[in-house]
Design a binder for this molecule. Structure first.
Ligand code: ATP
Length: 487
């Protein structure tokens, strides 16, 4: 496990030993706070702090840039969270979006039946109730005067972003003059009344998804396309700094497939490294599903079932596609990679976590975030905060860097403490302004991972930092590149 020795410190190249390590770091350093804490919290809800919101934004931006900007076949949308209730009727969610629920008769714990092996996850008892189904959509009422039991006022918070894409398929296709194959991407909040939320931001009732629906012809090689997207996403995750050793594929068995899916492959991450191997170390990070033409047909006015009955008498639009080349009209089929922002952030944090321990047993945490994800790219630190010239120069450098990259100024401690703090939040570069800087217009740049220092002229600093950050960005596979590193 020991990798090397830097300045008397022994570096342990390790991911976080468990989720709790990240919970504590996240709260201490301003990434994630328990929500509503001053009122006793709200079961498994979390708020993202100053650094957490930056990290989430960087993950979402990296994803958006990769799919919408760098590829030529994907458009973006941002649909409403509350949609017409009929969307959820015809998507099948009203009837089937439920989880099996059981209660333990001994300790009264409530659990998802499909996440346990017939034993209570709390006390191990097998004395469980029969399973019953529980619809996970959050209900709300539309209209100021709506009565509690008025079905016309009933609406749901979306449990997935995907339906907002399907109902806009024709709008996007015609407005953007798209031909198959092409995709539509969306990132945004989804809500599920989970039976057993928990494990920090891994499973919450309110979360964020990055979903993309890739529309193809009915005779495309769907299974091969699923495999291709799996490969692309594996490379994307590795590009975010997640080790391939902590990723695993899971072919979802047929009997566990969602109602719309003919094949689903989950990419799993080792969220529970502390568990013995036989005890579920891995949990789903994302899923790639072949949804057939289920959704577009379900929302179409003209689609019929096997008895020639209209599937959807409420829809006013037919979401079919006319293929000029083949002179054929059909409902496109869909490959859907659906990833969670929060689960990605947790995996990124766990994999970036490392510790250095010195001879005296003192441990320093270093968060080795990929530069494009780091909340802060450079911290500008004055060596003496009681010297107005040094402070003034450091603040001026911060201001001059800000248009180019995210920089902060910090003088709230001695230089050792300031370095340690920046290491712990994953800042790739620290820039120190000292007495000498006033003479030679140069500063010291310290690298987070090697702690090596270099003297750089202030006039060249912005360019120098940008090139160092770019050089540190992981190489990505073709089609999955983060080539235009946004710093
Ligand atoms: P699980 O089996 O873990 O409940 P799922 O298969 O129902 O997940 P999908 O419907 O495939 O999840 O949603 C796509 C992605 O959205 C998931 O892979 C995950 O990253 C994210 N996600 C789903 N539910 C939650 C949740 N309750 N909290 C956080 N992220 C979630």
């Amino acid at each position: 496990m020991t990798i090397n020795v830097i300045c008397g410190y022994i570096l342990f190249a390790m991911a976080a030993p468990n989720i709790d390590t990240i919970v504590s770091l996240a709260k201490r350093r301003g990434f994630v706070f328990p929500s509503s804490e001053i009122y006793g919290g709200l079961g498994s809800a979390w708020d993202y702090g100053p650094l957490g919101v930056e990290l989430c934004n960087n993950v979402k931006q990296s994803w958006w840039r990769w799919l919408v900007y760098e590829r030529d076949d994907i458009e973006g949308v941002d649909s409403s969270i509350i949609l017409n209730r009929l969307v959820w009727k015809y998507s099948g969610h009203e009837a089937t979006f439920h989880d099996p629920l059981v209660d333990c008769r001994e300790c009264k714990t409530r659990m998802r039946a499909d996440k346990i092996d017939g034993k209570c996850s709390n006390c191990g008892s097998t004395n469980l109730t029969d399973q019953r189904f529980f619809n996970m959509m959050f209900r709300t009422l539309i209209g100021a005067a709506a009565e509690e039991d008025d079905p016309a006022a009933l609406a749901y918070l979306r449990p997935e972003t995907a339906q907002g894409i399907f109902i806009n398929f024709l709008n996007v296709q015609t407005a953007m003059r798209r031909k198959l194959p092409f995709g539509i991407a969306q990132v945004g909040k989804s809500f599920r009344n989970e039976i057993t939320p928990g494990n920090f931001i891994l499973r919450t009732r309110e979360f964020e998804q990055m979903e993309m629906e890739y529309f193809v012809k009915p005779d495309a090689e769907h299974s091969k396309l699923v495999d291709e997207w799996v490969e692309l996403y594996l490379e994307w995750f590795k590009g975010l700094g997640i080790s391939g050793n902590n990723l695993q594929l899971h072919e979802v068995p047929e009997k566990e497939l969602a109602h719309y899916s003919r094949r689903t492959v989950d990419i799993m991450y080792r969220y529970f490294p502390e568990r013995p191997e036989e005890e579920r170390q891995f949990e789903e990070l994302m899923g790639i599903a072949y949804r057939t033409d289920f959704d577009l047909r379900a929302h179409s006015s003209k689609a019929v079932d096997s008895e020639s009955q209209r599937i959807n008498p409420d829809s006013t639009e037919d979401l079919s596609y006319f293929d000029e080349a083949g002179k054929q009209r059909f409902y496109p089929h869909v490959i859907e990679p659906a990833a969670g922002v929060n689960r990605t952030v947790l995996a990124v944090l766990m994999d970036a976590y490392s510790e250095k321990t010195n001879d005296k047993g003192e441990t320093r945490v270093i968060l080795k975030l990929a530069p494009q994800l780091a909340p802060i790219k450079a911290a500008i630190l004055p060596l003496a905060k009681n010297k107005p010239e040094i402070v003034g120069m450091a603040k001026a450098i911060k201001r001059s860097l800000q248009p180019v990259l995210r920089a902060v100024y910090d003088d709230t401690g001695g230089i050792g403490k300031l370095y340690a703090r920046q290491d712990e939040i994953g800042t790739p570069m620290c820039v120190t302004v000292d007495h000498q800087s006033l003479e030679d217009e140069a500063v010291t740049v310290r690298d987070r991972d090697t702690w090596e220092q270099e003297r750089v002229e202030v006039a060249e600093l912005a360019e120098y930092l940008q090139s160092r950050l770019k050089a540190a960005a992981p190489v990505q596979a073709a089609g999955a590149a983060t080539s235009s590193l946004d710093i």
